[in-house]
Design a protein around this ligand. Structure first.
Ligand SMILES: [Mg+2]
Length: 295
């Protein structure tokens, strides 16, 4: 008999990673059946659905909620669960699973179920931009434009990302930003800005190598106006996180940041675009926002 007596709730995004999450979920069900774990699952049917489902199925009485999806699905679920006393499990089943890198090394479904049965959990921070929660980061400018262009072409994963990086390298124009934190006040021409809870995004780009989801801080990474040849030659450094040594990169930790832009820009939150372009962002951290299963 399983150590878990109550019924586990599961949210599945069946279209995550072009449907590969479905096969993973089937395997997971058979493992739970073998262990005698009781569960109920709910499939998402449209963007935003995971927020509605997670809000409806959790009462906040210590329930376990597992998510099959990627960063976009996690974001939706966490937006439906803030403030509730639940434990959330993240199964990396999306095309970009950046957030799950913060939870330890993924060792497969069986090992994850061990973690769930042993109640191996930790508290993590979330960020909040205007009124929307995020787990990995929020970004404006170059990176959000890339997501915008990837969405338009239905592209996913690292290759699509790199292709659209180069497209925008020739098309995207820098913007002016006024950035205010307790530590710094800056007015700069920027190629892009990100405010980070997690270290990576975009499928493994280590944009905020010093970020920690448990330190109660947000890591700001700004890339100021940079020549195209220098950007191209330094671009691979974002994979290893060594871009922080480049003169045009500004990086620091803070608890809150107010950002004003000289024009309305696409804003990405956990890899998904906000419905409207914005020229004003207030980004805050919520320390210990969620209890989650470690890997
Ligand atoms: Mg942090």
């Amino acid at each position: 008999m399983s150590k878990i007596k109550s019924q586990i709730q599961i949210i599945v995004n069946p279209t995550a990673n072009r449907g590969k999450s479905k096969a993973l979920f089937k395997e997971f069900i058979s493992l739970m059946d073998k262990r005698g774990i009781k569960y109920k699952y709910h499939c998402t049917e449209y963007p935003g659905h995971a927020t509605l489902i997670s809000d409806k199925i959790t009462s906040g009485k210590g329930e376990i909620l597992l998510i099959f999806g990627g960063d976009g699905t996690y974001n939706e679920v966490e937006n439906g669960c803030i403030g509730k006393d639940i434990i959330i499990g993240h199964i990396p089943a999306g095309s970009c699973n950046d957030f799950t890198r913060e939870l330890g090394e993924w060792s497969g479904l069986n090992s994850f179920l061990d973690s769930v049965e042993n109640n191996n959990t930790m508290l993590i921070d979330a960020g909040i931009v205007n009124d929307r929660l995020f787990l990995t980061n929020v970004g404006a400018g170059f990176d959000a434009q890339i997501i915008h262009d990837m969405n338009k072409r239905n592209m996913k994963g690292n290759l699509g990302y790199v292709l659209m990086v180069f497209k925008n390298l020739f098309e995207f124009e820098c913007f002016k930003a006024n950035i205010e934190t307790y530590e710094k006040k800056l007015n700069l021409d920027l190629l892009m800005l990100t405010v980070n809870n997690a270290t990576t995004y975009g499928g493994g780009f280590k944009i905020a190598p010093a970020a920690n989801v448990k330190d109660g801080m947000l890591d700001i990474c700004l890339i100021t106006s940079i020549s195209k040849p220098k950007f191209i030659s330094n671009f691979p450094k974002v994979y290893s996180g060594t871009h922080l040594k480049i003169d045009e990169v500004i990086y620091w930790k803070t608890k809150k940041v107010n950002i004003k832009l000289d024009r309305k820009l696409p804003i990405q939150v956990d890899g998904e675009l906000l419905p409207e372009k914005l020229d004003e962002l207030i980004v805050d951290v919520i320390p210990d926002a969620f209890r989650v299963f470690k890997y």
